[in-house]
Structures are given as C-alpha cells and as structure tokens.
Design a protein around this ligand. Structure first.
Ligand SMILES: [Fe+2]
Length: 170
C-alpha cells in the first residue's frame, strides 16, 4: 500500500488526466465544427492518449492494493475566438500537468518511495514530449495558419495521425 499523501496526489492525477481528455475532446469538437477535420482528428487522438494516461495511474493504484476514488470531472469552459487559441491553451495546460507530475515526483523522492518514482519516470519524459508537441503546433500555426492554403495543408497533415497506445506497460 502507498503512503497516504502520495495516494491522494496520484488519485488527483487520475482526475487531471481525465480532465485533459475531456478538454482535448472539446477542442476536437471545436475544430470539427469549423471544418478543420485534421485538427479535430489530432485532438480526438490526443484525448484518447490522455484517457490512457488516466488508466495507467488507476492501474498503478490498483496494483498497489489501493482504493481509487473517482471525482467529478470539470466541464471545459473554453469559448474559442480563433483557431490559434486552443493551441496556446494546450501548451499552458501541458505545462500545468508537468508541474503536477513533478510535484508528485518531488514528494515521492522526499519519502523515498522509489517505486512511485520509477513509475513516474515515464510520465516525466512523456510530459517533455507533450510540451514539445504543443509548442511545435503553436509555431507551425504561426508560420502557416494565417494563409488559407497553409492552414489547409497543416490540417491535411494532422488528419493522418493515428492512435498508438502508450509504450508504458504496468
Ligand atoms: Fe497526460
């Protein structure tokens, strides 16, 4: 069984990952509603990834014989006014998630919970990649997004993304 505080932090992380999934689904809908199906596809897959992250945290608690407490998921309240805004919001959100995972890691280190540190290693690396992905999208949107042909090509590129399950198996 896990330390009480680390259990609480990991449980909260499950909710944050489900919220991320919800948020990305909302963004996906926004792009689909605006006929940017490639962006819609990209974010629908991102939502799937976040769901898988939540399930990994859930499974980790289960594997340790701990009880999972599922909390209510907040509704995303994004009212987007332009196509760039969701991308900036995503980058901001991923930085917030990285910080949250780092906080759990820091506490696991403090109490010498090496098992949880090892579990979180994958997420620390993953968050680096998530931030990079979000930053890359922002940059490419700045370069091509204001030109209709550029936006069309970017949308076409994003339509080719397919879901791949997380490489972490626990
Ligand atoms: Fe995640």
């Amino acid at each position: 069984m896990l330390d009480k505080k680390i259990l609480f932090m990991l449980n909260s992380q499950i909710n944050k990952e489900f919220y991320s999934s919800y948020l990305y689904l909302d963004i996906s809908n926004y792009y689909y509603d605006n006929s940017l199906d490639g962006f819609g596809n990209w974010f629908a897959i991102q939502a799937q990834e976040e769901y898988a992250h939540a399930m990994l945290f859930l499974k980790y608690l289960k594997n340790n014989g701990d009880k999972v407490k599922l909390d209510a998921i907040n509704a995303p309240d994004n009212k987007f006014t332009n196509f760039k805004q969701p991308l900036t919001d995503v980058l901001e959100h991923e930085i917030f998630i990285s910080r949250s995972i780092n906080d759990i890691y820091a506490f696991a280190y403090e109490i010498k919970d090496f098992k949880t540190m090892q579990f979180l290693d994958w997420f620390v690396k993953e968050q680096g990649e998530e931030e990079q992905k979000a930053e890359g999208l922002c940059k490419r949107f700045d370069l091509f997004g204001s030109d209709p042909r550029g936006l069309y090509l970017l949308d076409t590129e994003l339509s080719s993304r397919v879901y791949a399950a997380p490489s972490l198996v626990i």
